[in-house]
Ligand binder design. Sequence first.
Ligand SMILES: *Cc1c(COP(=O)(O)O)cnc(C)c1O
Length: 367
Amino acid sequence: MKVPLLDLKRQYQTIKPELDAAILNVMAHTQFILGPEVKQFEEKAAAFCGTKHAIGVASGTDALLLALRVCGVGPGDEVITSTFSFFASAGVVSRLGAVPVFADVAPKTFNVTAEQIAKKVTSKTKAIMPVHLYGQTADMDPIMELANSKRIPVVEDAAQAIGAKYKGRKAGTIGRFGCFSFFPSKNLGGLGDGGMVTCNSDGDAELVRKLRVHGSKPKYYHSLVGYNSRLDTLQAAALSVKLKYLESWTEGRRKKASRYNQLLAGLPVEIPFEPEYNHHIYHQYTIAAPKRDDLRKFLTEREIGTEIYYPLPLHEQECYASLGYKKGSLPVAEKRAGEVLSLPVFPELAEGEQDFVAASIREFYRD
Ligand SMILES: *Cc1c(COP(=O)(O)O)cnc(C)c1O
């Protein structure tokens, strides 16, 4: 049985008439750049997140970039982030001429902690960027306490965590900025690249809006050097359709996750740990597995899709060799990178498929 890691065709089939109509409508009105659907989506997304503002941008990467720009990050500054993340979390810091400073993660949640961040704070720290990995937030109260005591702004990388909750609060609404990605494989995925910045300050929102149009307001008058980073009207139209289903899709993912928890019980793999104060949206269902690479090979032979997020922590990436991190300097992430394996989890995944995945894992450890 072939079980894909993710199958977006199944999602499309459930919303095809509505999605097609939304796209055709944009093609007919032709306002492709910042058309009415962008503002409509931003309003719905702000209401969904519970923030005053949501600003559509070209990607999750750009969301981080623009948020850090507004925090004043530039050459000579440092930004502390998780070493166990997608590269964008660090790349944006470098692109602003600043230095990414990597902190280790908690072994059970894979998320960066206040304790690890505290070790890295210096007089140059200009922002703290926790990453809400796999769909659940970092433990934000201690992080906010630390950041507030040092007057350092917090930018949440919530790219994988739209709709996740921390003590009842939505991911991306706790720090000064929340940054989201609509990369097609994210829980709210567009038909290409897209992203969003959330915030509660009118001034911050105004600046992000200005930066996404080359730093101009009014048009052709540039008070700053900005970027070309708008959310396409076509993407906004598609995302508005999909946003209506996000809560039910999340429930579907959570059901699959709890089913995996039962099916994998008693095996030598660690199932995801969800602290009681978190509401996990299971962007990924990630286990920690002994003999991970052999297990992955075994599942691949059975045509079961899996992925490793992420095989090499950011402080060990070749492009950051000059930062001088030694092997063993962030030991939890280094160890976990050799153990994590993400299994197929998406709302349309069939029970029979899930049973096959679990039975195959069971078979691997029996041999
Ligand atoms: C996807 C992702 C991003 C980048 O988003 P893009 O839309 O692909 O630019 C940033 N951070 C994390 C943690 C991500 O998973």
